[in-house]
Design a protein around this ligand. Structure first.
Ligand code: SF4
Length: 330
């Protein structure tokens, strides 16, 4: 049951398997903190995954691995339904109706699509890929989402959702809210290959939430630091150092001391990285423990998905009733 006094948030991720620290800081941390104040719906965007790959052989396992990270990270499925987009047919139904309300030129102007397909000619983009923001609009508006937690790079998608909601309401009557973006605080955690690059599996520059302590230590040992700090006692510049960014996020109590030690040359990069790895491992330890509990009970994760799908379907069905009534579709 949704609490009608609370605003509704739809948040989703493509099922890419085990999550990394960038997913935590850019999305999951925010989702967990919003659980009590809002009605939340957590969507596994498995149809969206098809826009960039037709290989579905790992989709199920990637879904389970990702959902386990959601649950281990603190998503409470009794408060917020967790479900797969592909298991609620109303997503595709609303997507079809919405696809009549947006022009292809509008979708081609979408900066996020331009970014994703910059290496392709527009002729090589599939119909489904171009229409990705329309499917996203259906995902959000099916649950009549008031807010969408996003990073700045997804603001354009929310704008298309708002345009579609306005167009539907103006054409067939008021059914949908115009959702507002809710920007995440620490949206972009840099990857292990440099301060300016986003953490991403495709770049192979991640620390996974499931990484063992020795893996985290090993990954951080190879991370670049301030190029001017060559020897241990050289003064360094924390503000250009990737490792310092991780300290700011996962070791905020010690950043003053680390900054001073780095700038004076008293702290060497090897020790600094060890301290950073220790803090990240402290942060990850309870997550890894909770992950193991879910991994030991795979049927529990399936039950959680099935329950979420049943609850999601009930809300989606109500919305589609309102859509059909307002469109006079029988
Ligand atoms: S001491 Fe730490 S903050 Fe300074 S450059 Fe080395 S790793 Fe970066």
């Amino acid at each position: 049951m949704t609490d009608t006094k609370k605003k509704t948030i739809l948040s989703g991720m493509r099922p890419t398997g085990k999550l990394h620290l960038g997913h935590w800081t850019g999305a999951l941390e925010n989702w967990v903190s919003l659980q009590d104040a809002y009605n939340n719906f957590h969507l596994v965007a498995d149809y969206h995954a098809l826009t960039t790959s037709l290989d579905t052989s790992d989709l199920y396992q990637n879904t389970i691995d990702m959902v386990i990270d959601w649950l281990a990270g603190g998503i409470d499925p009794s408060k917020s339904p967790v479900f797969r987009q592909s298991q609620i047919k109303e997503h595709t139904e609303l997507h079809l109706i919405f696809s009549m309300l947006v022009t292809t030129s509008r979708l081609e102007r979408n900066p996020s699509i331009k970014e994703q397909v910059r290496d392709l000619e527009i002729e090589n983009i599939t119909y489904g890929h171009l229409g990705y923001p329309v499917l996203q609009a259906a995902d959000i508006l099916l649950y009549r989402g008031d807010l969408v937690p996003v990073g700045e790079d997804q603001l354009s998608h929310v704008e298309i959702t708002r345009e579609i909601a306005r167009r539907f309401n103006a054409t067939w009557g008021e059914v949908f809210p115009e959702p507002e973006p809710k920007l995440t605080k620490f949206a972009r955690l840099p990857g292990l290959d440099g301060k300016d690059k986003k953490m991403s599996k495709s770049m192979n520059n991640t620390i996974l939430l499931a990484d063992a302590p020795e893996t985290v230590e090993q990954k951080l040992r190879k991370a670049p630091t301030d190029a001017l700090k060559v020897r241990r006692n050289d003064p360094g510049r924390p503000d250009v150092c990737l490792v310092f960014t991780y300290h700011e996020k996962f070791n905020p109590e010690e950043t003053g001391e680390i900054r001073a030690g780095c700038e004076s040359g008293a702290l060497g990069c090897v020790d600094c990285k060890k301290r950073c790895a220790a803090r990240i491992n402290e942060f990850l330890a309870p997550h890894i423990e909770r992950r193991k509990e879910y991994e030991a009970r795979p049927s529990l994760v399936e039950d959680i998905l099935r329950d979420g799908e049943s609850r999601g379907r009930a809300v989606a069905g109500e919305t589609m009733e309102a859509v059909r009534t307002s469109m006079k579709l029988g």
